[in-house]
Design a binder for this molecule. Structure first.
Ligand code: ADP
Ligand code: MG
Length: 255
């Protein structure tokens, strides 16, 4: 097999050049970081599960007309995506107060918000992703007002759809973050598409009855049973790899 060119290694994934122009391979690692790299670790099998979970969400979202970068899953840890120009703005949607947001506003964690709240953060490891307003985004040229409108509308549709889907498997979507990118069609037309991943790394998911946390907060807060939480989310979505968790130790890059 020809050696693939590694384009980027991030906190949770590695990007390789894809087989065709305009494509990339996203390799999902078991590495996990929190509090802007101050806490690092591994969650065994996380990469395999997040690859599946993100595939599942992206496919369901595409079915309702949300444009995404996802093309197809290649193997246990890799998926083929369309290369986009990432907009360096992380879009967060919150339904229930949790984490640093709850602290920031002095609201008890678990309090439902009066309505879904969208926030923007500038994607920058050096600066620890500071929260920004539309003013910062347009003034610094990270996105245009039209891009922001598109991201806002898409983020709220994603929120509505995923909230319902997850409710159906007894999970509450507390909040989540997404990244968008610009995709240039051959016609020269530009579209904003959902990129990166949607997984328990990027969402807060609580069991509807017990409020048990089934996401990366288990790692952040040393709650234990971290692997099991990711497996439980996949199990409820009906996408645990065949053979169950035993499969998770499988070959890492088979193509
Ligand atoms: P980070 O540590 O920067 O969050 P990750 O480990 O999440 O990185 O790796 C994924 C990286 O790839 C992110 O920087 C993300 O912005 C970028 N990315 C995700 N999807 C695409 C895509 N379709 N095209 C180009 N870059 C992408
Ligand atoms: Mg990331």
């Amino acid at each position: 097999m020809a050696r693939r060119r590694q384009i980027y290694e991030g906190k949770a994934k590695i990007l390789y050049q894809g087989p065709e122009p305009g494509t990339l391979v996203q390799y999902f690692k078991d590495d996990v970081t929190a509090f802007n790299h101050k806490k690092t670790g591994t969650i065994t099998g996380k990469g395999v599960l997040n690859n599946r979970i993100s595939e599942y969400f992206m496919l369901r979202l595409a079915e309702i007309g949300v444009p995404t970068h996802f093309v197809r899953r290649l193997n246990m840890r890799e998926q083929l995506v369309r290369e986009v120009e990432i907009i360096p703005v992380v879009v967060t949607v919150r339904n229930v107060a949790a984490g640093p947001f709850a602290e920031r506003f002095g609201i008890n964690e678990g309090t439902p918000l009066p309505r879904s709240i969208v926030e923007f953060y500038y994607k920058s490891n050096e600066l620890s992703d500071p929260m920004v307003s539309e003013e910062h985004i347009t003034a610094f040229g990270w996105a245009t007002p039209q891009d922001i409108d598109d991201m806002l509308a898409l983020a709220l549709r994603i929120n509505d759809f995923l909230s319902g889907l997850l409710q159906g498997v007894a999970l509450k979507l507390i909040d989540f973050q997404v990244e968008f990118g610009r995709l240039y069609e051959e016609s020269g037309e530009m579209r904003i598409v959902l990129a990166d991943e949607i997984s328990p790394d990027s969402c807060r998911l609580w069991d509807v009855d017990s409020n048990e946390k089934l996401d990366k907060d288990r790692f952040r807060q040393d709650l234990g049973r971290v692997e099991e939480a990711y497996q439980e989310v996949a199990r409820r979505l009906g996408i645990l790899p065949e053979g169950g968790p035993a499969d998770l130790q499988g070959p890492e890059t088979v193509q």
